[in-house]
Ligand binder design. Structure first.
Ligand SMILES: [Zn+2]
Length: 316
């Protein structure tokens, strides 16, 4: 009926929405669904709705697996969401067990940054790489590491939290409880905060661009203003790139990747970001590392979590 092709469902579990898609062996999306979770109160309710959604989205295709990307802390070995950052009710939710039993197919669960990293590695800008570091600069900083073609998880599946590398002891407070983490200097939120602070008492294209678009100031406006040679934006962007390069240089020294894939909203800055980021990272790494890696923008867009979750069951 459906020949011998392998079908997989990928699920991206967000704070307010859940997306699911049916993939064929080539990684093509054959069907997709989305639902809001705002009114589902308990983890059990959300899981039941996800199970229904997976059955519906699969269109009766036989599944070889269901891959899930979840925000927050995930124990991937046992498939347990330990603590869902955007899902406050979620503590120690045994997703793999519940969903595996209900659906009768293998289930794998990874956190969203690892799913995105794996998606880029298998289907995106990491294709052809063997040792890849993926970093997303968005609201926060997420990261995932692939070494020798394998997703690096670590003892408790928390490996690769580059955003919480402490790069300035005694620096500004981070949401994690420490001070001076990379995230407080180089995330999209950090870029926005720095712009808001530096704009006080000065005129800047940043505020004008945000107002013209009827939006609150964000990193996007900072990079737009930077392209217009705005002085405040230049200060903010140069500082952010300095810290991003520090973070990437630490990653080069730690993991010796052949490729660094940069994703997240900030990576959309394109030529306002990448040439300077490459040059500064290259200056910071020790000589033997120079020229051994490339820094490239992410290749997948909004579906990266879905694609990565499904690719947990697909070979490269
Ligand atoms: Zn931190």
């Amino acid at each position: 009926m459906h020949n011998n092709e392998q079908y997989v469902v990928g699920v991206d579990l967000g704070g307010t929405k859940i997306a699911a898609a049916l993939f064929n062996a080539k990684g093509e999306i054959l069907n997709r669904e989305r639902m809001e979770t705002a009114h589902a109160r308990t983890a059990e309710e959300v899981v039941q709705r996800m199970i229904d959604m997976i059955r519906s989205v699969s269109l009766d295709h036989p599944l070889s697996g269901v891959g899930l990307a979840s925000p927050g802390a995930v124990n991937s070995k046992d498939g347990i969401v330990l603590h869902g950052t955007n899902l406050p009710e979620w503590t120690n939710v045994p997703l793999k067990k519940w969903m595996g039993e209900a659906l009768g197919v293998p289930v794998q669960v990874v956190n969203d940054a690892n799913a995105a990293a794996w998606g880029e590695y298998v289907r995106g800008a990491g294709k052809g790489s063997e040792h890849m570091v993926y970093v997303t600069f968005s609201t926060g900083i997420g990261a995932g590491i692939v070494l020798d073609g394998k997703l690096l998880l670590g003892t408790t599946s928390f490996a690769g939290e580059l955003g919480h590398n402490i790069i300035e002891p005694g620096g500004p407070a981070c949401s994690c409880g420490n001070n001076g983490c990379l995230e407080v200097f180089a995330s999209g939120t950090a870029i926005k905060d720095a712009a808001v602070e530096l704009m006080q008492g000065r005129t800047s294209a940043i505020a004008e661009l945000a107002a013209a678009q009827n939006e609150a100031v964000s990193a996007k406006h900072v990079f737009e203003a930077y392209r217009q040679k705005d002085a405040v934006a230049a200060e903010v962007v140069n500082r952010a790139i300095h810290y991003m390069a520090l973070g990437l240089a630490n990653a080069v020294h730690t993991f010796n990747p052949d490729r660094i894939v940069v994703g997240g909203g900030v990576s959309k800055a394109g030529d306002s970001l990448f040439p300077a980021l490459r040059a500064q990272t290259e200056q910071l790494v020790m000589k033997p590392y120079r020229g051994t890696y490339e820094i490239v923008p992410a290749g997948l867009k909004d579906d990266v979590g879905l694609i990565g979750a499904a690719a947990l069951f697909q070979t490269v």
